[in-house]
Design a protein around this ligand. Structure first.
Ligand SMILES: *Cc1c(COP(=O)(O)O)cnc(C)c1O
Length: 351
């Protein structure tokens, strides 16, 4: 090692799902939405004034904050917007998890949490999910420096009842509890309705999955105005202009088109339920998913083998070679046609 290397911060980075780009591919590996953003977004795009790009964007992201606040019946001071929920979560870790006690998150969960904790030198513990991949609320009763979990959980798709989330909040009134609701719109109960009751709750959501805007990078947090202020103070201490002009303007259009949003959700949920039936018939087992993906294992064929066989056909799913989950595939719900092609291939392969 060179001397100058000694004091360099060294981290093991998060590995995002691959982004292949073949014309014939069926991409079911990163939980993107198979439908385009609202047509109102494209309409707005056509009216963008390029000259304005000379100017810095609004550091407070006022218009988008307001549109989100209106959609969720909140005050503007209760909303924080960032560059995808990854940015919102990273800022939240930095702001809220600043204790010597370990933060808690499940052993099987979004694999960015331990990366941020390591990067920011936050101690952590990972209580194990039960054998059916459900969070055990009792594991979150002990002393800790904060709590974060997705609901539904990723990559399992399992949703926690609101009563269990409230139970965790009741046992943890002296730390910040972050509920990562990246997939909540696909059918899980949102913790937003607990916001007025628990001042230490932060709910994080994203435009990447249910609003078809992964490429635009928009995420947001909602919580009490004191927490949102602390979050903004950290953001302004890091980079004032995180949200670009395009993301702000197009984000507003996306959040305003409720009808298109509901229609897209309904299609994905219907296709998910159809896909569950097909997978069961093909010999897969899985916990019930409330997300836009299914986390499934086959009764006889190893997941690693299926992953490769699918890949050769340019059908991409996600495989995690990790303890406890290395026999599972995480399958994003695409269009009905994509899921028909996917299940047809499996039917053929498994016979
Ligand atoms: C996809 C995802 C995110 C982040 O998505 P962004 O595109 O950064 O908004 C956060 N948490 C979980 C659990 C996710 O699956």
């Amino acid at each position: 090692m060179k001397n100058w290397e000694r004091n360099i911060r060294k981290v093991i980075p998060y590995t995002p799902g691959e982004q292949p780009n073949e014309p014939d591919m069926i991409k079911l590996n990163t939980n993107e939405n198979p439908y385009p953003p609202s047509p109102k977004v494209a309409g707005r795009m056509a009216q963008i004034n390029m000259d304005q790009m000379r100017l810095y964007p609004d550091p407070a992201v006022t218009d988008l904050v307001h549109a989100i606040a209106v959609r969720y019946g909140r005050k503007d001071e209760q909303v924080f917007v960032g560059v995808g929920s990854d940015d919102v979560l990273a800022m939240s870790f930095m702001t809220f998890f600043n204790s010597d006690k370990p933060i808690l998150f499940p052993d099987i969960t979004y694999s960015f949490y331990d990366v941020w904790a390591d990067l920011l030198k936050i101690p952590y513990e990972r209580p194990a999910l039960d054998d059916n991949f459900h969070i055990r609320k009792e594991d979150y009763y002990g002393e800790n420096g904060g709590i974060v979990f997705p609901n539904p959980n990723a990559p399992t798709g399992v949703a926690m009842p609101l009563a269990d989330i409230e139970d965790i909040l009741q046992h943890n009134q002296d730390v910040i509890v972050i509920v990562d609701e990246a997939y909540v719109d696909f059918g899980a109960p949102s913790a937003l309705e607990l916001l007025d009751k628990y001042e230490n709750l932060i709910v994080v959501q994203t435009f990447s999955k249910s609003r078809s805007m992964a490429g635009m990078r928009i995420g947001y947090a909602m919580g009490n105005p004191v927490l949102i202020k602390y979050l903004n103070d950290v953001k302004y201490s890091f980079n004032s202009y995180t949200m670009n002009r395009l993301a702000i303007e197009l984000g507003v259009e996306a959040v305003k088109d409720e009808e298109y949003f509901q229609e897209t959700l309904r299609k994905i949920i219907d296709t998910r339920e159809w896909t569950k039936e097909q997978l069961r018939k093909l010999g897969f087992t899985f916990e019930d998913s409330k997300a836009n993906f299914i986390f499934a294992a086959h009764k006889s064929v190893p997941a690693a083998e299926l992953f490769q066989a699918l890949r050769e056909k340019h059908i991409y799913v996600r495989y995690f070679n990790k303890a406890r989950i290395n026999n599972y595939l995480r399958i994003t719900i695409g269009t009905r046609e994509e899921m028909e092609a996917f299940t047809a291939f499996l039917k053929d392969y498994l016979n």
